[in-house]
Design a protein around this ligand. Sequence first.
Ligand code: FAD
Ligand code: NAI
Length: 464
Amino acid sequence: MAEEFDVIVIGAGPGGYVAAIRAAQHGLKVACVESRETLGGTCLNVGCIPSKALLHASELYAHAADGSLAKFGVETSGVKLNLGAMLDEKLAAVKGLTDGIAFLFKKNKVTWLKGRARFTGKSSIDVGGAAYTAKSIVIATGSSVTPLPGVEIDQKVVVDSTGALSLPKVPKHLVVIGGGVIGLELGSVWMRLGAKVTVVEYLDQILPGMDGDVRKDMARLLKKQGMEFRTSTKVTGVKVAKGTAAVTVEPAAGGAAETLEADAVLVSIGRRPNTDGLDLDKAGVVLNARGQIEVGHKFETGVAGIYAIGDVTPGPMLAHKAEDEGVAVADFLAGRVGYVNHDVIPAVVYTMPEAASVGKTEDELKAAGVEVKVGKFPFAGNSRAKTNRDTDGFVKVIADAATDRVLGVHIVGSLAGTMIAQAAQAMEFGASSEDIALTCHAHPTHSEALKEAAMAVEGKAIHV
Ligand code: FAD
Ligand code: NAI
């Protein structure tokens, strides 16, 4: 006899584990299937958390090692890198958080079914030979790295993001294929630890999808730190011999090939949804042309009783998008109203400075024929940033020219990832740029730059 649940969630990433906990909080009988040894999905195990642990640690090392603290009266000498300790500390952070999800499952009485799930019907699955049924099944299987044809990932010399989180030594030369979020974050980690980093990007600029001013400024600032960019360039092959990679590149538009020698290569050209082995055909769930599961307003797939959330569905592949969808789908399953505003999902690149964005870019709005007013304020005019000698970047507020409603906020700055929450909240409440400009901001804080950028929408910033 198959064991019966109200809800079975497949995948325990930020989408799945949050959906499972929320559904259980609503009093439903819930199981969550996860094939990894630990809960938390890509994000906690090999994504957001370990990458941020290394970004934090490598930044501490770079500040201690490069002498930049001396002007503050902090003189260092004999600074040494203990990579083993740095990697152990990262693992400790991961363990603390993944164990935390196991604790939350117990606390909320969510049953963890360990193993791989596959559908056997519209309301039934198999996990390791055991049968389970549920009134509702939520697919939250996430995503994996997109392979590059002709480039074999061996996790030694040629790595994906998971391999790049655990390199046993600092490479002399790291070639990063793809100038997106993973390439710039993990490229920054190894550059700070001493590697020469060359980013090969197919398009003419890094960070596709972000605002044009952000893309330009980030390229300039990362170049200043020593990162090399080969834009409008494609990789045609990687050959590994004796621990060294020969990366063949040529102009994206065609032209003479050349070879880059590297002792590590990171493939980071995007991620694709995980649906292999789910036997979706047994349930009647179909994929779109991009291999994603399309869903309607209530996250329901084309099959009644089967839902999908997170990276396996269209939209930005971000942990907080998956989490919010997890809460919302569980609310719907409990007969309540779930809510996610897909127009207001912030995105952050955790380099130094950080880049953060919410809403539309100026180019998107112009392409849609929307008349806009733009206010920009540089951190060079912000007293706290000046005091901290931390003046790289700017805040850009884009408002509708007719109504003044804020349509997008884009920030480059050391605290951009934290500051963007305020912008997202303002947009969620339908704020105008004047609303932000009239909100009292504490002094001296970096956040005052957002207020000044909002004032700049009417051409009346004070400190420039
Ligand atoms: P996942 O987290 O991918 O979880 C899906 C889970 O389902 C996995 O654990 C998988 O093992 C399991 N699974 C799959 N198929 C089955 C099956 N058949 N049976 C049982 N279990 C199954 N996002 C951010 O917002 N901020 C960041 O800073 C950030 N940093 C990142 C850094 C890196 C290096 C990477 C790779 C990603 C990063 N992301 C970040 C993206 C983020 O990790 C994902 O958007 C997020 O994890 C998606 O959540 P999810 O629940 O949809 O899927
Ligand atoms: P990405 O989509 O951010 O960037 C991939 C880059 O590779 C793009 O610039 C693209 O033009 C380029 N590219 C594609 N094919 C190429 C080729 N053949 N040669 C050279 N360049 C090529 O994907 P990435 O960096 O792999 O990250 C995947 C996803 O993970 C992100 O989209 C994001 O959603 C998530 N993520 C989020 C983070 C965050 O929120 N801070 C951190 C890391 C990942």
